[in-house]
Write a protein that binds this ligand. Structure first.
Ligand code: R1P
Ligand code: URA
Length: 343
């Protein structure tokens, strides 16, 4: 069976002899096209980073002599090993939700497609909740009260990209908070481009928050504790105009010129009763929306923690020094790895 074809027709056309399915390019022995690895070479617990160079930095935290696989293809570097005895992979996506779409589809195929029988796991056989994904990234912030060097933990997501417009909305999007966020975001200038919303998996959010708290408890000196905020992450399809940065001749020529202020103005209700809160947008980056949306669609558990390296709002705007960025990312890495092995 070949369930790759979308739409209502079940049967897909045949594939030429000696070739592989162009809708799921995988060698007969199971090497998938972009990730260039096999199922056995990728753990169920995966750290995703944008920067290919960050993969080695994450893997430096793996248990001694535990690395079982290294791969490199295009912007995707992969290292698989163990962290505190648990199998873990670190994989770079490169920049942008379009790359994340490729990576999530190929992780899905590696986890759920049987290359011998050419079949997908049935709904009964699937264990999607065993696949855990945490992105460790860098980001900017539309908040004037959050300084660089702070970690942003994503609870909800705004997709300013169009990648996930090609996928039907996941069940998780029926949550009242996601609906409220989509409405609030589209009521701003962003409504002119049309944005979508979704959420990180609660288990991953809780694991990251518990991990930062444990990290801070283990540090005596205030300077060694890691500041963090939890809230909504907005993902752009680019870094400049797509995040409200008007450069040179592009000044005055953006369609969402006040993007930072507009994101900063968003407020929406989360939780109910005693747990009722109002959530704000805490950061802007380029991958979280697709990671959360597509993971929700598959039932995988995903979330993101980012080092804030740009404060984009207020009287004191700033960009982090390399030292601050490096130190904050180093904390993010151990915090995310500790979270990943406890989800
Ligand atoms: C832009 O500079 C890149 O940095 C951020 C953005 O999401 C984008 O990928 O994340 P990474 O540091 O993980 O790449
Ligand atoms: N990465 C982004 O995508 N945006 C920023 O402002 C900083 C890092």
């Amino acid at each position: 069976s070949s369930p790759q074809k979308g739409g209502k027709k079940a049967a897909a056309p045949a594939v030429a002899a000696g070739s592989c399915d162009p809708d799921l390019p995988m060698t007969p022995d199971g090497v998938i096209y972009h990730l260039a690895c096999k199922s056995s070479q990728l753990a169920d617990k995966i750290v995703l980073v944008g920067d290919p160079g960050r993969v080695e930095v994450v893997a430096a935290q793996f248990d001694k002599n535990s690395i079982t696989f290294r791969g490199s293809h295009r912007e995707i570097n992969i290292i698989t090993g163990k962290y505190k005895g648990t199998p873990v992979s670190c994989l770079s996506t490169g920049m942008g939700t379009d790359n994340v779409e490729i990576v999530i589809n190929e992780i899905h195929a590696l986890k759920e497609y049987n290359i011998t029988t050419h079949t997908w796991l049935s709904n009964k056989e699937r264990k999607p909740g065993a696949v855990h994904l945490i992105r460790i990234g860098t980001c900017g912030s539309p908040r004037d009260d959050v300084s660089v060097g702070t970690l942003a933990v994503s609870n909800h997501a705004i997709g300013m990209d169009n990648t996930c417009r090609y996928y039907q909305e996941p069940e998780a999007n029926k949550a009242a908070s996601v609906k409220a966020l989509a409405k609030a975001a589209n009521a701003t200038q962003l409504g002119s481009v049309g944005v979508y919303a979704t959420k990180a998996h609660q288990d991953v959010v809780d694991a990251i928050v518990n991990s930062v708290e444990a990290h801070n408890k283990s540090k005596k000196a205030a300077a060694d504790k890691q500041a963090y905020v939890v809230g909504t992450t907005a993902s752009g399809s680019g870094f400049y105009g797509c995040q409200g940065r008007a450069v040179g001749q592009f000044r005055g020529r953006l369609t969402v010129p006040d993007l930072v202020d507009e994101l900063g103005s968003i407020r929406f209700p989360v939780g109910s009763g005693k747990n009722a809160q109002v959530e704000k947008v805490v950061n802007i980056e380029m991958e979280n929306s697709a990671l959360c949306y597509l993971s929700n669609a598959l039932g995988y558990k995903a979330g993101t923690v980012c080092a804030i390296i740009a404060r984009r709002a207020g009287a004191l705007r700033e960009f982090a020094t390399p030292e601050v960025a490096k130190r904050t990312l180093a904390n993010a890495i151990v915090i995310a790895l500790d979270a990943l092995v406890t989800v």
